[in-house]
Ligand binder design. Structure first.
Ligand SMILES: Nc1ncnc2c1ncn2[C@@H]1O[C@H](COP(=O)(O)OP(=O)(O)O)[C@@H](O)[C@H]1O
Ligand SMILES: [Mg+2]
Length: 420
């Protein structure tokens, strides 16, 4: 059982995000993980969504103040192999309530020692999420831990307070917990394109040397989105940069702590990636289907064919129909005027355009259209069974071929040709 205090007195540097996702990654690597929320803001507990399932369960407050056994406050989570000791806002009062208590800095240490004797099976890794201060709660975490992990934001202000944190760690090593070691510094939200980031990282590497983790966490929106869905980044977006980075950090973390080399792509992670891909495909299919049912989409295929060829042929034919109607079949006055009252009128065309479309083309024009359409239609209308596009057996004719076919037609078609 290895206990790690994840600490930095600065807020918003990625402590809770690291506890949650490093913990989830260790769980995917097959390790049994316990996360302890020691922050009165209870962000970790909220991110893991445990309150809905266990209202009123003992929390880290009861463990520290009322000395409730840690085992009674452990809750399962939806993350594989990950358990949680939640926190509540009450914990903010614990610092004051413990001021005059005996052994107030070592309450968590004693609780963990008792858990180590009783927990079956034992936990491999315990990660403690500390509040953004160096008060009694953080002191309890440092007194109970084997290692300290410091998430650091690679900004100029991220370095502020680092020296004070190192002083406190040294003091705890001397007075309360001689086995405590600096497990590592992990750079969070690292954008390597920013020059200031590289300057800060060079500076930190100079002091931290070996303890600086090679794995760094890039800024990734999936990390913050995942928290609002009450999930680790693995259960939210297993193939994201955030998931990759925390998996790499987990491998390095285990290797440093126990010398065990862990696989690059654990099976549990690969399964999550595949399941999420399948889910995304199924959702896309369902949405497409729902969209089709809601909005009937017309089949545009014949129109496409028309725009390429038939329109060219129809344009002169229609012009010829219009000119012939103007000279040979003028619209009669009876057709134009409404029927006299009381007399049964012939049904008249609804409008001028309807009257125009009633005019028939000549035999030559019809023949020209049919032959040219025959040259075009197979490519335009034959669809393969799967409906993906034109069949290979009937390749689409190029516009040049269609135009030359159309030019040949009027010469060979005679007006007296019988119509099919
Ligand atoms: N690598 C990252 N990329 C993008 N957002 C991040 C990253 N790490 C943390 N965050 C976001 O930054 C905010 C602060 O992170 P958090 O882990 O809560 O910090 P802390 O616990 O140190 O106060 C949260 O909204 C979190 O989602
Ligand atoms: Mg936090």
């Amino acid at each position: 059982m290895q206990t790690t205090a994840v600490i930095n007195q600065k807020g918003g540097v990625g402590k809770t995000t690291t506890v949650m996702n490093l913990g989830a990654a260790l769980g995917l690597l097959g390790r049994r993980v316990l996360l302890i929320d020691l922050d009165p803001q209870a962000n970790l507990s909220a991110h893991l969504g445990v309150f809905d399932s266990a209202p009123g369960a003992p929390t880290s407050y009861q463990v520290l103040v009322d000395e409730v056994p840690l085992s009674e406050s452990i809750l399962p989570t939806a993350e594989e192999n990950v358990f949680l000791v939640p926190s509540t806002r009450d914990l903010a009062g614990a610092e004051l309530e413990l001021v005059s208590a005996m052994g107030r800095e070592t309450r968590l240490k004693e609780a963990l020692a008792a858990l180590e004797k009783t927990a079956k099976p034992a936990f491999d890794d315990i990660l403690v999420d500390c509040p953004p201060s160096l008060g009694l709660l953080s002191l309890n975490a440092l007194a109970a831990a084997d290692r300290v992990l410091v998430p650091l934001q690679a900004e100029f202000f991220g370095l502020q307070g680092y020296a004070r944190l190192m002083d406190i760690i040294t003091l705890v090593q001397r007075r309360l917990n001689p086995r405590l070691v600096l497990g590592g510094i992990v750079a969070c939200k690292v954008d390597r394109r920013a020059r200031i980031t590289n300057d800060v990282l060079d500076e930190v590497k100079k002091w931290a040397g070996e303890s600086f983790f090679e794995s760094m966490i890039r800024p990734n929106v999936k990390l913050s989105e995942a928290t609002s869905h009450g999930r680790s980044v693995f259960r939210y977006a297993a193939a994201s940069n955030g998931a990759e980075d925390y998996l790499a950090l987990a491998r390095e973390f285990v290797q440093r702590a126990s010398g065990v080399v862990v696989p690059e792509a654990p099976a549990a992670w690969l399964k999550l990636v595949q399941d999420q891909k399948d889910n995304a495909r199924a959702t896309a299919r369902a949405m497409k289907q729902a969209w089709r049912e809601a909005v009937p989409v017309p089949d545009l295929e014949p129109e496409v064919a028309k725009s390429q060829s038939e329109r060219e042929l129809e344009a002169p034919a229609a012009a010829s129909v219009r000119s012939r109607r103007a000279t040979q079949q003028p619209v009669t006055a009876a057709a134009e005027k409404p029927a006299a009252a009381g007399t049964k009128a012939e049904p008249r065309p609804a409008s001028k355009s309807a009257a125009k479309s009633a005019a028939k083309p000549t035999a030559a024009e019809t023949a020209a259209l049919q032959v040219a359409a025959a040259a075009v239609k197979p490519a335009a209308t034959v669809k393969p069974a799967d409906g993906t596009g034109a069949s290979e057996a009937t390749p689409r004719k190029s516009p040049t071929v269609i135009r030359s076919a159309a030019r040949r037609v009027p010469r060979s078609a005679k007006p007296e040709d019988p119509q099919p």
